[in-house]
Design a protein around this ligand. Structure first.
Ligand SMILES: Cc1cc2ncn([C@H]3O[C@H](COP(=O)(O)O)[C@@H](O)[C@H]3O)c2cc1C
Ligand SMILES: O=C(O)c1cccnc1
Length: 338
């Protein structure tokens, strides 16, 4: 990575705006006046606080929630690590736009703006078992692309991805950042069989061996064993923080982008809500490594932002209740006995 681009990205991760605790206090004060026992909406109350804290206002909005899907292709698919062929990435991108994918329908039903960003699908990244995924310049450019992609000021950003083979590179990123070997981080992804699973474990182990000595720096990890969609999600996540946009992270692969940010500065992902724990087995391990708890456990293992969008559905519900329920006074309901 050019020294300047590298320093810029590290700076943006290292020095991040704090959450607005005064906004949270004001939200809690209103919450206490609503016609329900205090705290009885549990995590739904926390979701409103999350929105206010990171939008920096006691009156958060959800007028422009965006689901951003970044799509990339991976050289490591040559190792036979996915149950599906590489061309599915581009085919699913078309399906997202045409309305046929799960994420398309979640977004249509719940009025979330779906944006799909293709990242040079005809040019897969390097096969991480024997080359860097990206050179530093490509990695920096892709992070910058992710930063730009969220222009248009969403008030909530859900991050998702599409990329056949990307559960393998995500596993390699986790192993490089948090330690352990392929077997600790690899799962079945799209549903690969036992032989394929062994090839996946070997691919991650071979990548760790090939890149040994160059995996100290989190951004170097991203460039060497990550992928374009992970780099772009990292850029989007960082830009969102500086623009006061709360972020919802999807499953295993999107969490790898958050993990790179976390490895540079744990506070850099405080504005990120982890929507769900994926059925991809090592996702729980990744969340634990960052001491994060997921909101939902729906047994999803899809990617494409589906879990993040389901999180956004709950956030929408939570804010609607907060804004539209009656207070004890308005409804003439007797408050708790003094
Ligand atoms: C039809 C289809 C739709 C998808 N939507 C998301 N993914 C998910 O599966 C891929 C990762 O799994 P692996 O590492 O095993 O290739 C990613 O594209 C991810 O978004 C899909 C996969 C398929 C096949
Ligand atoms: O949790 C995920 O992000 C995931 C799981 C399986 C396949 N693709 C993505």
């Amino acid at each position: 990575m050019s020294a300047a681009a590298y320093a810029d990205i590290v700076d943006l991760l290292a020095v991040v705006p704090e959450g607005d605790e005064a906004a949270v206090e004001a939200i809690r004060a209103r919450e206490a006046t609503l016609t329900k026992p205090r705290g009885s909406l549990g995590k739904l109350e926390e979701l409103v606080e999350f929105l206010g804290r990171w939008q920096g206002t006691s009156e958060p909005t959800l007028e422009n929630p965006m689901v951003a899907i970044f799509a990339g292709n991976h050289g490591v698919t040559e190792q036979g690590v996915s149950a599906f062929p590489r061309e599915v990435t581009a085919q699913m991108v078309a399906n997202f736009t045409n309305g046929g994918a799960a994420i398309s329908q979640i977004c249509a039903l719940h009025e979330l703006n779906l944006r799909v960003f293709e990242l040079a699908l005809q040019l897969p990244t390097g096969d991480i078992t024997r080359a860097p995924a990206m050179d530093d310049k490509m990695c920096a450019a892709t992070i910058a692309y992710g930063m730009e992609a969220i222009a248009g000021k969403p008030d909530l950003l859900c991050l998702g991805e599409m990329g056949i083979g990307n559960t393998t590179v995500a596993a390699a990123v986790f192993a490089a950042l948090f330690g352990g070997k392929g077997a600790d981080w690899v799962g079945r992804g799209t549903g690969i069989d036992d032989m394929g699973l062994s090839r996946k474990v070997a691919a991650v182990d071979n990548a760790l061996t090939f890149h040994a000595g160059h995996l100290e720096d989190p951004l170097e990890v991203l460039a060497r064993v990550g992928g374009r969609e992970i780099a772009a999600m990292l850029g989007a996540l960082v830009a969102a923080r500086h623009q006061h946009i709360p972020v919802i992270i999807d499953g295993f692969v999107a969490t790898a982008a958050a993990a790179v940010a976390y490895a540079v500065n744990p506070a850099a992902i405080d504005h990120c809500l982890f929507a769900h724990v994926s059925a991809e087995s090592a996702h729980a391990r990744a969340l634990k490594a960052m001491d994060k708890k997921a909101l939902l456990d729906l047994g999803l293992r899809l990617g494409e932002g589906s879990g993040a969008a389901m999180g956004a559905v709950l956030v929408k519900t939570a804010l609607h209740l907060h804004n539209n329920m009656a207070t004890f006074t308005e409804a003439a309901v007797s408050d708790k006995a003094q």
